[in-house]
Design a protein around this ligand. Structure first.
Ligand code: ADP
Ligand code: MG
Length: 384
């Protein structure tokens, strides 16, 4: 039975009538870490993993939603506001309903069944996959439509203002604009983008440290505040520049000379990482995988030393990968202080990598890393 038929059948059991099926993918960000919130560049690719939402209209103005794996069915009024957020997973769903209506969409009540194969909190963006699939489903049930960019912005707003998480636009953008087998270089300031083919004979492997250190959340907010401080400083010193991502090497050096050491290092990461996104895009476009790999290692070094968001477990995984034959590059991904790494490797060596990661990481930390070999997919939308 196809995945869609299987979901239809389970929806019939849940809601007693057939439904429409929406899908949205998770994503992997190849490079461009901690660049989005200062209006810089990122290079995500959408995955084959994703989240399905099956939906049928109701006659009242309620949304009843079951997410497989969550046990509880949640019910909320369509006319909900952020003040009614519950701090439960269903806030992501209610937030999308709220933000769609804020964007002028006339919604109908609905029964929703959600199923996903994106691991949660692993840097593969389960939250945006959920939001975008719910947005497609609610729009379909109401007979309404929005452009992919409008959907991405609505979903980001849901996460920022309803869930209360300060994410950039990247995850939602990848879920709405992904192209199969290609990476998107996105300018987070104006949403312009272009895509390049991913290398065919190489694999991208995600390895999970299985740790999340307590300082992750606080330090993320500190980095955001530092980047705002740096932007304000840049405006004062070089008024013609509108964002950190545009600074030349000479301008960066000049700015760094007037900054305390920590802020100077933060600036070096942001400017360098944006430059690496451009270089990585060019490397993809010209098929230069060796350069792509070097850029991943350089990104990790910068995140570890200048941005100071890595941790022992992430460094161990990157070091293990670096010693495996056929590995071109590796880096930490996501906010840092735990979470996952990403390794680029020649396809024929991937089994060796998985074995080495497991063996050596267990030896160093006593933990077994979860691993995932990326399979790429396209944008979200309606399947049935
Ligand atoms: P990431 O997006 O990197 O996976 P986040 O912390 O941004 O991590 O989002 C994870 C949260 O999103 C989960 O804790 C949960 O609340 C919600 N979520 C994501 N997918 C689902 C799902 N299929 N069902 C219920 N909640 C989900
Ligand atoms: Mg997320």
């Amino acid at each position: 039975m196809s995945r869609t038929d299987d979901l239809q059948q389970r929806f019939q059991a849940f809601a007693g009538r057939p439904g429409r099926v929406a899908f949205a993918p998770g994503r992997i960000n190849l490079i461009g870490e901690h660049t989005d919130y200062s209006g810089g560049f990122v290079l995500p690719a959408s995955l084959a993993l994703g989240t399905w939402t099956v939906a049928a209209a109701r006659d009242d103005r309620k949304v009843r939603v079951l997410s497989e794996g969550q046990h509880e069915t949640e019910v909320f009024a369509l006319d909900i506001a952020p003040a009614a957020a519950t701090k439960r997973w269903s806030d992501y769903v209610a937030g999308v309903a709220w933000a769609l209506q804020q964007a002028g969409c006339k919604l109908r009540g609905a029964d929703l069944l959600i199923a996903s194969d994106v691991p949660m909190g692993s840097g593969l963006s389960s939250s945006a996959a959920l939001e975008v699939s719910v947005a497609h489903a609610l729009l379909a049930v109401a007979g309404a439509s929005l452009s992919p960019l409008q959907i991405a912005r609505v979903c980001q707003r849901a996460e920022n203002e309803f869930v209360g998480a300060r994410c950039g636009i990247m995850d939602q953008f990848a879920a709405t604009h992904g192209e199969s087998g290609r990476a998107l270089m996105l300018d987070c300031a104006d949403y312009s983008w272009k895509s390049a083919q991913l290398p065919a004979k190489h694999c991208w492997v995600v390895a999970n440290t299985m740790v999340r250190h307590a300082l992750a959340h606080g330090e993320y907010n500190v980095r955001r505040a530092e980047s705002e401080e740096l932007t304000a400083y840049m405006h004062r010193r070089i008024p013609q520049r509108t964002r950190l991502a545009e600074l030349s090497i000479a301008e960066t050096k000049e700015l760094m000379s007037g900054l305390p050491a920590t802020l100077a290092s933060r600036l070096r990461h942001i400017v360098g990482e944006n430059r690496r996104v451009h270089e990585a895009y060019a490397a993809l476009d010209s098929g230069n995988v060796a350069l792509l790999g070097q850029l991943l290692f350089a990104s990790h070094g910068s995140l570890r030393t200048d941005y100071e968001v890595s941790c022992r477990e992430l460094d161990i995984l990157v070091d293990i990968a670096g010693a495996v034959p056929g590995v071109l590059g590796a880096r930490m991904i996501g906010g840092g202080f735990g979470g996952c790494t990403l390794t680029l490797i020649e396809a024929q060596h991937v089994e060796t990598l998985l074995a080495q990661l497991r063996l050596n990481y267990v030896q160093s930390t006593g933990r077994e890393p979860a691993t995932y070999i990326c399979e790429f997919g396209g944008a979200g939308g309606m399947l049935a």
